[in-house]
Design a protein around this ligand. Structure first.
Ligand code: PRP
Ligand code: URA
Length: 209
């Protein structure tokens, strides 16, 4: 069974509260998502391996540590997952970025694939899939399945707000994929939106409604 990491750091919770508020506009929403993504990135990357590197300080030679950062890929689920890329990229500037395009059919709520472009060596990398919303879990499960078909073996899912239904689906279908989330909300409504949630993440990031 995969692990569920709830990142309840006070600064993350504070920023998420502002994002949830319906009066928060797109500019602030984007900036806060960016900031939270960087903070969550600390936890998502907490156990990535370090390598020894020989350097020289102004005082003497030493063997120091560096992360194997070149082995990381960030894969946002379009559109809303894009809002979490910059924060992670600030943390790991050498990470490569792939894109998976999925949208939910408004009636069936099933994900529909429309785009996939991944780094050539994606199968050799730790892949962090980003999407602010884990609702039914359909989009995350499909994206992870696509990555596994490309040979990825080391995948983590980073979302902002989740619900038990979506978490359960990911854990059932992909028990090897750990989930990182800032909140586990109550339930889904009749339109498969997260309650209380924050509304439509893509629309709030890009101002499309
Ligand atoms: C939203 C969100 C997730 C998905 C979550 O995307 O960004 O990708 O819904 O729902 P699920 O867990 O039930 O699959 P949406 O389909 O609205 O597309 P958008 O990001 O382009 O707005
Ligand atoms: N997608 C969103 O953007 N918000 C939800 O609450 C559920 C799916």
């Amino acid at each position: 069974m995969s692990l569920l990491h709830v990142i309840n750091h006070p600064m993350v919770q504070h920023k998420l509260t502002i994002m949830r508020d319906k009066n928060t506009g797109s500019k602030d929403f984007r900036e806060l998502l960016n900031e939270i993504s960087l903070l969550m990135g600390y936890e998502v990357t907490r156990d990535i391996p370090l390598e020894d590197i020989d350097i020289e300080t102004p005082i003497c030679k030493m063997t120091a540590k560096e992360v194997s950062g070149r082995k990381l890929a960030i894969v946002p689920i379009l559109r809303a997952g894009l809002g979490m890329v910059e924060g992670l990229h600030t943390l790991v500037p050498v990470a490569k970025v792939g894109h998976i395009g999925l949208y939910r059919n408004e009636e069936t709520h099933e994900p529909v694939e429309y785009y996939c472009k991944l780094p050539e060596d994606i199968q050799d990398r730790l892949v962090i899939v980003t999407d602010p919303m884990l609702a039914t879990g359909g989009s995350a499960c499909d994206a992870i399945a696509m990555l596994k078909r490309k040979g990825c073996k080391n995948i983590r899912l980073m979302c902002l707000v989740s619900v038990p239904e979506g978490i359960k689906k990911v854990q059932n279908e992909h028990p090897d994929v750990d989930i990182y989330t800032a909140a586990v909300d109550d339930c889904l409504n009749e339109n498969a939106y997260i309650v209380p949630g924050l509304g439509d993440a893509g629309d709030r990031i890009f101002g499309t409604k």
